[in-house]
Design a protein around this ligand. Structure first.
Ligand SMILES: [Cu+2]
Length: 218
């Protein structure tokens, strides 16, 4: 009787100790990336926008979590990652990007350092419809919290279709937050994309995406 219960507990112990290792060998990838948002163009925006972006990849799921503070209040904020479709790593713009010296680094001027608009953080990132997406709106205090979980496979496929031969390569991208109120006066020299008002595309914060130490899964 005693021998049986001992061998049973030995068996249980061996199952308990080996199972987690066996499970983790077969477990899907877990990766985290983070970007700390620094304000841009704060004189034109009338506020200093800061925040944090976190990407958590668990197998086929990628969760994008964006917390923003100090943005122009009661305003919709376009947000995307920008980058180069050439393999070059993007960086956040500096004062040197204000090519026409109007005191503002507009969206077009940021292209040299940060590349082009790539993936929108709207209600449907994998649809990659930058100009027609539904983006978050800051509250009366200029804060918002955006969180979306999307299929990594779907996002990869949409990205490869839009940028042939390129991969998401998060650690080569930067996150941009855009937008000041529609009625806000901006110099005529502030350029935008096509017919989209400069108030919509004005960059107000940027953060470089970096690989972060993965937190243990719960
Ligand atoms: Cu953008």
């Amino acid at each position: 009787m005693k021998a049986t219960s001992l061998s049973l507990s030995a068996l249980l112990a061996s199952v308990l100790f080996t199972a987690p290792f066996g499970a983790s060998a077969a477990a899907p990838a877990h990766e985290e990336y983070v970007a700390h948002l620094q304000s841009m163009n704060h004189d034109a925006a009338g506020s200093a926008t800061t925040g944090e972006v976190r990407f958590t990849i668990n197998g086929d799921e990628v969760t994008i979590d964006i917390r923003v503070h100090g943005a122009p209040p009661d305003t919709v904020h376009w947000q995307h990652f920008h980058g180069f479709a050439t393999g070059q790593a993007a960086s956040c713009p500096t004062a040197a990007e204000d090519i026409n010296h109007d005191g503002i680094a507009d969206l077009i001027e940021t292209g040299k350092a940060s590349g082009t608009t790539m993936v929108p953080f709207d209600s449907e990132p994998a649809a990659m419809d930058v100009a027609h997406g539904t983006y978050p709106k800051a509250d009366a205090h200029g804060a918002y919290h955006y969180r979306q979980t999307v299929s990594l496979k779907a996002l990869d496929a949409a990205f490869a279709k839009a940028f042939p031969g390129q991969q998401l390569d998060l650690d080569k991208r930067v996150v941009f937050i855009h937008g000041v109120p529609a009625g806000q006066a901006l110099p005529a020299s502030v350029a935008s994309l096509g017919s989209i008002p400069a108030q919509v595309t004005l960059p107000i914060a940027c953060g470089k995406i970096e690989r972060a130490a993965a937190r243990p899964a719960d």
